[in-house]
Design a protein around this ligand. Sequence first.
Ligand code: ITT
Length: 193
Amino acid sequence: MKLIFATNNQHKVQEIKKGISADIDLVSLKEAGIIIDIPEPFDTLKDNASEKSQTIHQLTHQNCFSEDTGLEVNALSGAPGVKSARYSGEHATDTENINKLLGELAGKSDRTAQFRTVISLIWQEKEYWFEGTCPGVITESPSGDQGFGYDPVFKPDGSDRTFAQMNMEEKSAFSHRQKATQKLIDFLRQQHP
Ligand code: ITT
C-alpha cells in the first residue's frame, strides 16, 4: 500500500523507512516531487502534525502521514518541546540549539527529559494519531556524530551511550519515533490483514 510521508526532514525519512514493514510503499515528499515548506504554527505537537498531514492530503488526495517531535526537558518545564527546531532562533542549527539547551541546564541537577513523537495519519479521509515517547537524560556535553538534532546530548534510559553514538538500528530499539511508527504499522495491518 502506498503512503506519503509529509516531511522535509531526510533523517526522519531514513529512520522511518528502516522501521516500516516492506508491504508499505513509503514515499517521501521529495520522492513525490512535492516542494513545500509547511508551517508549524501551533502550540502542540498534535496540532502541528495535523497541519502537515492535512496540507499534503489536500494537495494529493492520497493517504499520508506526518509527525511532529519535541524534546521535553523537565527542569525547563517541558521546553524546548514543540519549539525544538527553532529553540535558539528561526533558522537555528542543531549545534546552536544544543548550545542553548546546555546553557539553560547549567548548574541544574535534574537533567531528565523525554522525546515525544506524535504521528497524524490520514487514512481513507479520516485522521488518526499515534504517539511514542523515549525517556532519558541530557548529558553535560555532546558525544557522537550519528543521527541528528539533539541526538549528541540525549542518552535514553537503559543505555550508557547517546543517540548520536548509536547506529539507526540501535537508536530504533529505544526511540520515540519507532514506538509511534510501530503503532502506525499495527493500525495499517488491522486495515489490511
Ligand atoms: P518536518 O516538520 O519537515 O517533519 P522538522 O525537522 O521541522 O521536519 P520537527 O519540527 O518535528 O521536524 O522537529 C523538531 C526538531 O526536534 C528537529 O529539528 C530536531 O532538532 C529535533 N528532533 C526531532 N526528532 C529528533 C530525534 O529523533 N533526535 C534528535 N533530535 C530530534
